[in-house]
Design a protein. Structure first.
Length: 277
């Protein structure tokens, strides 16, 4: 699933490529991708003729400002946003195509269809889409002192990985980056959040900021399934920098012990048992 760095990479690309463009037409060929709207004609009716005024990111969600509405896109497990020319071949599983008056298209591709697109009035975001309105601290957008972060950890008293992936606590992290952040901080996924020393809180906060910014700099992680691609259809580069994620059986780059995989909440969790405590 695309996480904060991948979605932030797309936001930057979209800011350069589609902001200021007027929407000519919207074609919906996959009703599941627009399932929040009972009538498939809702999305075209509310978007056609509107101008994209800006693109924001909230956690893993993209919010396009179109007049009094937000067009909200969540990529789910396998969603992609691809800039294309109208003459370009249409990829399988292309469910929504937005065409612009000055030419060019924005195509939403999603083989597994867990992602979605929908329009909501800006004044109705909190009431109609609480999962977006109630997202927690954004480690890229929000400024927070490390000791305030430590207070948040102390107050929750849950396993660290559970907390890092709780979108109401911290917006944007998933399985990949929680593992990478915890390795960088030298902490186990199953440590209780209220057990950290002052030094460990500082390490965790610094790791969180450093890992995410470096991943954004390298345009995100593209795994073997190639499900994440940027707006131009190109893979990210951060996967080459992963220290533990999907590196089971390889040597830890810090202490040379073997990286292992644990099962946690139905997911695979990767760590070095020798230097994560």
């Amino acid at each position: 699933m695309p996480e904060l760095p991948e979605v932030e990479t797309l936001r930057g690309d979209l800011e350069r490529e589609v902001v200021g463009r007027k929407i000519k037409s919207v074609e919906v060929t996959g009703k599941r991708s627009t399932r929040r709207h009972a009538d498939p004609a809702t999305l075209p009716a509310r978007l056609e003729g509107a101008k994209i005024e800006g693109v924001r990111r909230k956690g893993k969600y993209l919010l396009f400002s179109v007049g009094a509405d937000w067009l909200i896109i969540h990529l789910g497990m396998s969603g992609q946003l691809i800039k294309a020319a109208s003459k370009d071949p249409v990829a399988p599983h292309t469910h929504v195509t937005i065409s612009f008056t000055q030419g060019g298209q924005l195509r939403y591709v999603d083989p597994r269809t867990f992602g979605e697109l929908f329009v909501v009035g800006k004044d109705a975001l909190a009431s109609e889409v609480p999962e977006v309105a109630e997202l927690g601290f954004d480690p890229v957008e929000d400024i927070l002192s490390w000791n305030a972060f430590g207070g948040m950890l102390q107050a929750r008293k849950v396993k660290l990985k559970t907390l890092l992936m709780d979108q109401r606590f911290l917006a944007g992290l998933g399985n990949i980056y929680s593992d990478e952040v915890l390795w960088t901080a030298g902490l186990r996924y199953d440590r209780s959040s209220d057990s950290l020393t002052t030094q460990e809180v500082r390490r965790l906060y610094r790791a969180l900021i450093e890992v995410l910014h470096e991943a954004i700099k390298l345009r995100g992680s593209t795994l073997g399934d190639q499900q994440y691609l940027d707006l131009h259809g190109k893979p990210g580069n951060y996967q080459a920098e992963h220290k533990v994620y999907a590196r089971e059986g390889q040597a830890c780059s810090r202490c040379r012990a073997v990286v292992v995989r644990h099962k946690w909440s139905g997911r695979s969790t990767f760590l070095c048992e020798a230097c994560q405590v």
